[in-house]
Ligand binder design. Structure first.
Ligand code: BES
Ligand code: MN
Ligand code: ZN
Length: 501
């Protein structure tokens, strides 16, 4: 969709719909809304007075303008209470408007930027409006052949701002936000992709394609090279599958080679059957989403390069499948990771940590100033925090605080769980350095502790996105998060990098 910023005075000559968001209980209309109301003979005021529309979050009413306005319809969208106004409220209301517009079959519509009477920065409000709109209209329909049942996409939206002097800067914000949304959609596409399409090779090819068009360096290591490097964890997990493993590195040097980079690590299990410790059949299909972390970091690199962020960032993800088979790794096996640490396999379904161990250990060679990893790592994290908040674990509170701050701004929620010495003790092994499970107790934390063994003193944040990477039981309704993969992590990473740079 093409999004153009215009001054209200230059409103389009003709459009299918104008979306107007109003606070809950708002009785006095502000400047633009008031003048539209007047043109419509007080129609909006009447609807408000009648209480048919109260401005509650997600509430909508469509009014017809009978040629009295340049828009054929006016859509009122509830923003919720004024005192609760936030960028998240803008995302939700913009998503709702986009949804209704698409349902009505409109080709183009306009919306008025709701920043006039709020204390939020109008540029951030514009970004939030784009996010809400673009992300709500996403759908994964490439495999559906009943195209006539799939809603038609909207081709154009105008964002109207009160002052003509703001048009340029707001348009810039809109364009930035569009690039970020493109990355979120790419992450969703990769994660939504079934495992028979999005194989480790396709993950690698996607990374390569992203790099070709932009100032990114892409390196892919195959099985033989990884063997030579001693990546015994990642290769053991890969051994039950016919799909060749791919160790994927994307590098972006936006701040000159003298500055230390931030390393982003993602879990890319293109399908997690559990391996020999096989999972129950119920919901096993959801394990195509076990590549969500890697999808998010690959997609983030696209946005980072497009936005030309003044930072150095390396993304690393080891893409493999976890399947049982004659050559599969087994419970009781002892693995030797990159760098030499050993681990005892107690459960082949705790494969993510084994894979990430090699990646984290490898990332040390960049002397990173920070490492952020994203992984659909444990069901235990979903038990602890549910399906709306990612678990955050760290060895560095300063870095964690930055991530938490960024998370509040972008609306991708996180909650910190402890990571103290006892959890490291819980996974000590008698016959190797560490074991890959510490039992049920504190399962999300012992998984984090396993990873913590491979980052040394480097500031590190681990995000367990098992609950948030796709919509599942307990996922709250959000207009801009349609069913399936959410693309979680992309907006958080970009927000964090903006804060750190
Ligand atoms: N990919 C799963 C984690 C997962 C499970 C995410 C369900 C979302 C929903 C991970 O590889 C896994 O299987 N973890 C095990 C670890 C256990 C064997 C110690 C788990 O959480 O059950
Ligand atoms: Mn698993
Ligand atoms: Zn997994």
């Amino acid at each position: 969709m093409k999004i153009t910023v215009k001054a209200v005075a230059d409103a389009p000559k003709k459009t299918d719909l104008l979306a107007l968001s109003l606070y809950e209980g708002q009785t006095r209309l502000t400047s633009i809304a008031a003048s539209i109301d007047k043109k419509l003979g007080g129609n909006i005021s009447t609807v408000i007075k009648s209480k048919d529309f109260t401005g509650k979050k997600n509430q909508t009413v469509v009014l017809y303008t009978h040629g009295e306005l340049w828009a054929d319809r006016v859509l009122l969208v509830g923003l919720g209470k004024k005192e609760d106004f936030s960028l998240e409220a803008v995302r939700l209301a913009s998503g709702k408007a986009a949804f209704i517009a698409r349902e009505l079959g409109v080709r183009s519509y306009a919306t008025i930027l709701h920043a006039e009477d709020s204390k939020e920065n109008p540029l951030l409000v514009a970004e939030a409006a784009v996010e809400g709109t673009e992300l709500a209209l996403y759908s994964y329909s490439k495999y559906r052949t009943d195209k006539e049942r799939i809603p038609k996409q909207i081709s154009e939206m105008d964002i109207l701002v009160p002052r003509a002097s703001d048009v340029k800067t707001v348009q810039k914000a809109v364009d930035r936000s569009t690039l970020i949304c493109d990355a979120v959609k790419l992450a969703r596409n990769l994660a939504n992709g079934p495992s028979n399409e999005v194989t480790p090779t396709v993950m690698a090819d996607t990374a390569r394609k992203i790099a070709q068009k932009r100032s990114l360096k892409c390196t892919i290591y195959d099985k033989e090279e990884c063997m030579k490097m001693g990546m015994g964890g990642f290769l053991a997990v890969a051994s039950g599958s016919q799909q060749p493993p791919k160790f994927i590195i994307l590098e972006y040097w936006g701040a000159g080679k003298s500055k230390l980079p931030i390393v982003l690590v993602g879990k890319s299990i293109t399908f997690d059957s559990g391996g020999i410790s096989i999972k129950p059949a119920e919901k096993m299909d959801e394990m195509k989403y076990d590549k969500s972390g890697g999808s998010a970091v690959i997609a983030s690199m696209q946005a980072i390069a497009e936005l030309k962020l003044p930072v150095n960032v390396i993304a690393i993800t080891a893409a493999i499948e976890n399947l049982p088979g004659g050559a599969a790794y087994k419970p009781g096996d002892i693995l030797s990771h990159y760098g030499g640490k050993t681990s005892e396999v107690l459960n082949t379904d705790a494969e993510g940590r084994l894979t990430l161990a090699d990646v984290l250990a490898y990332s040390m060679k960049y002397k990173p100033r920070a490492i952020i990893d994203l992984a659909t790592l444990t069901g235990a994290c979903v038990v602890a925090l549910g399906a709306n908040i990612s678990g955050l674990f760290t060895n560095n509170q300063h870095l964690a605080d930055k991530v938490i701050e960024s998370s509040k701004r972008c609306g991708e929620e996180v909650w910190q769980l402890p990571l103290s010495k006892e959890y490291y003790d819980q996974i000590r092994s008698e016959i190797a350095d560490i074991k890959n499970t510490g039992g049920k107790a504190g399962g999300a934390i012992t998984a984090a502790a396993f990873l913590g063994n491979f980052v040394g003193d480097t500031p590190w944040v681990h995000l367990d996105i098992a609950g948030t990477a796709w919509t599942q039981d307990g996922t709250a309704e959000k207009t801009y998060i349609p069913r399936g993969a959410t693309g979680v992590g992309v907006r958080l990473i970009i927000e964090l990098l903006r804060n750190l740079s």
